[in-house]
Structures are given as structure tokens and as C-alpha cells.
Write a protein that binds this ligand. Structure first.
Ligand code: GH3
Ligand code: MG
Ligand code: MG
Length: 338
């Protein structure tokens, strides 16, 4: 029981998702004697359930970062019946125990244990208690990371995540065993773009229709953002009526098209009572050697250009600088100022 309490203390101490996952995995291995335990995020599209290795799982296997696999039928049945576990014996005799993690009635992730040694009812009770505490703690962590109006990630989370993104880009830059495969992987995943999205003339919405309608527009805007980007892009409400997107796209052309499609989605959307609302977008490529302040500064300059040249448009910082429409203004002096 003491060991159990020690693990609970360690789990509830974590303030970071990856460390929390690691603490739970350590607890599950310790309690069940499993040979291996890992966590998968669950992606559910209609009847199909796919399992994606969690970010922590990927840190040493970056080529797997986007690979997801179909869940075994035993797990699909358990999910359908809202069970908390499922089991299977593989052809090579390995025993697999899946523990399903439900958050607000949605299957969010799944812990996979290989060859658990201890499976008596008392141990299973402890295992399920660990999963329940994990789910509760994750909900709290999610709550502190999100903006309460739109449920997008908040500014604090951006500050924490962005440094991680920059570190992981630098890490991916290390030479690989198979340079060709590494290059393909990098092309597909490594190019990251940061966009700042700002609603045009939002003050007018508040002034004409009142703050409640203003809030409604922010909520609907957040839904449009969620529907216009993919699950592995990160979406933030940065403050007020400003949003930030971290986008993965192979090339500038793709990134531009994706932001442009979002801008059009917004311009064509009918906001109840308010009517048409538009957004201006400034974006930049996230370079390996730049700091968060410089990257955000570049996107902001592109956004400012969009605002001062008619609004309702997407501007790319490096293109503007290349065309001579914008001077590269963010200098070391400015960084010190920030
Ligand atoms: P621009 O096209 O230049 O961006 O014009 P704008 O009117 O959008 O200008 P600005 O970005 O300066 O104004 C933002 C306004 O957003 C000011 C503030 O009243 C409003 N706002 C900020 N946060 C909230 C919020 O949470 N709810 C509502 N309803 N309004 C907000
Ligand atoms: Mg603004
Ligand atoms: Mg605005």
C-alpha cells in the first residue's frame, strides 16, 4: 500500500503531460510487474479506433511520430461497451492488457501492458484506481492549460509549448542513420509555421452588438479554427481576439493554402446577428536558430502589414521581406527591449 501511495504522490505532483504519463507508466509496471507499458492516444473516427503512440513514446523514435495503427478488435469492443479494460493473447504468447482512460465520457487514451505478472483482483483494483486518479489529474491539468471561453490552449501553455517545439526541432536536426528517410520525415513534419490571427474591427462588433455577441463571435471563431486545422497543429487563444496557430506543413505553398482556406472559411461564415466577420493573418516559418520573441515578432509584423493593407488577408513575413515590402525590423536591440 505504501508503494501505491508513493506512486500516487508522484503522479499528482506532475504539471506536464509527458511527465505525468511517465509517472503513471512507472506505477503500472511496478504494481503489475509488466515487462513493458506504454501509452497511446486514441483517435476515433466514426467506427474506427486508431492508436497513436504518445509524444513521450516518440522522443527516441521520431520516425514514428505520425504513425497510428488500427486498434485490435478486443479493444474496439471494450470501447463500444464503455469498459475500462480489454485483454488479448498475441500469437507469440504475449499477454496484452489495455487500460482505457475515459475523460468526460470520451475515450482519450489507453495504457498497454505487456505480460503483467500480477493480475489478482486486489492488484486490478489498485490498477484501476491509478487510472482513475490519472484521469482526474489530467482533467485538472487540461483545465489549467485551456482558455475557459473557447477551450483552446491558453497563452501560458503557448509559452511552455513553444520552447519545447523549438527544442524538438533542434533535436530532429541531429544526423540520422538513414539520411533519405530522415529527409522525407523532416519534409513532412519538421517545417513548422507560426501564424497570428486577429479579428478585423472586432471593437465594432462589441460596440454595435454588445460584449455577449462579441463573446459568441470568439466562440464560433474558435470552432472555425478547430475545424480548419488538423489534430497535430496546435491552436491557442493568445488573448482578446487574437489567436496563434502552430502549423506543420512541408512547404510554404501548403502553409499559405491552409491559412488562406481558413481565412475564406471565416469570411464566408454567417455569424448569427453579427453577419460577416473577417480576420487578418501574419505568418512566418519557425527557424531553428530564432528565439520565440523573434518568431512572434516576425508574425506580428506580417499581421500589421495585412492590417494596414486592407485587412482580410494572409501575409507571409519572409515573402514580404524578400519583396522589399517589409524591412527586417526585429534586431537584437529589440529582443533586449522585449
Ligand atoms: P483591428 O482590425 O485593427 O484588429 O481592429 P480591432 O477593433 O479588432 O482592434 P483591436 O484588436 O485593438 O481591438 C480588440 C478588441 O477586442 C478590444 C476589446 O474590446 C475586444 N476584446 C478583447 N477581449 C475580448 C473578450 O474576451 N470578449 C469580447 N467580447 N471582446 C473582447
Ligand atoms: Mg487585436
Ligand atoms: Mg482586431
Amino acid at each position: 500500500m505504501n508503494v501505491f501511495l508513493q506512486h500516487i504522490t508522484s503522479i499528482t505532483r506532475q504539471r506536464d503531460h509527458a511527465l505525468l504519463d511517465a509517472a503513471v507508466i512507472a506505477a503500472l509496471i511496478d504494481v503489475t510487474g509488466a515487462r513493458q507499458a506504454r501509452k497511446f492516444d486514441v483517435l476515433q473516427v466514426r467506427e474506427e479506433i486508431r492508436l497513436k503512440p504518445s509524444a513521450a513514446e516518440n522522443s527516441d523514435n521520431s520516425h514514428l511520430s505520425h504513425a497510428s495503427m488500427l486498434a485490435a478488435p478486443e479493444l474496439v469492443v471494450a470501447a463500444r461497451l464503455h469498459h475500462t479494460s480489454a485483454e488479448k493473447i498475441l500469437p507469440d504468447g504475449t499477454r496484452v492488457l489495455w487500460l482505457l482512460v475515459w475523460l468526460d465520457d470520451i475515450l482519450s487514451s489507453c495504457m498497454e501492458l505487456l505480460d503483467p505478472v500480477v493480475q489478482d483482483s486486489k492488484t486490478l483494483e489498485i490498477v484501476h484506481a491509478i487510472i482513475a486518479i490519472y484521469a482526474n489529474h489530467r482533467s485538472l491539468l487540461d483545465y489549467s492549460q485551456r482558455d475557459s471561453l473557447t477551450n483552446l490552449l491558453n497563452r501560458k501553455t503557448f509559452d511552455e509549448n513553444f520552447s519545447k517545439v523549438l527544442r524538438s526541432l533542434a533535436h530532429d536536426d541531429a544526423p540520422a542513420d538513414d539520411p533519405q528517410q530522415e529527409r522525407r520525415h523532416r519534409d513532412a513534419t519538421r517545417n513548422q509555421w507560426l501564424a497570428v490571427i486577429d479579428i478585423d474591427h472586432f471593437k465594432r462588433v462589441n460596440d454595435e452588438f454588445g460584449h455577449l455577441y462579441g463573446d459568441e463571435v470568439l466562440l464560433l471563431m474558435a470552432n472555425l479554427i478547430r475545424n480548419s486545422f488538423r489534430p497535430h497543429d496546435s491552436l491557442f487563444r493568445f488573448g482578446g481576439e487574437e489567436f496563434v496557430v502552430l502549423l506543420q506543413a512541408a512547404e510554404l505553398g501548403n502553409a499559405h493554402r491552409i491559412f488562406e482556406r481558413f481565412r475564406t472559411n471565416v469570411a464566408q461564415h454567417h455569424f448569427p446577428q453579427v453577419g460577416q466577420v473577417t480576420v487578418s493573418i501574419g505568418f512566418t516559418q519557425i527557424g531553428l536558430d530564432a528565439t520565440p520573441v523573434v518568431i512572434l515578432g516576425h508574425a506580428d509584423l506580417a499581421l500589421y502589414h495585412a492590417k494596414t493593407h486592407g485587412r482580410n488577408q494572409v501575409c507571409h513575413y519572409e515573402t514580404l521581406v524578400g519583396n522589399g515590402q517589409l524591412k527586417s525590423k526585429i534586431s537584437n536591440d529589440m529582443m533586449e527591449f522585449f
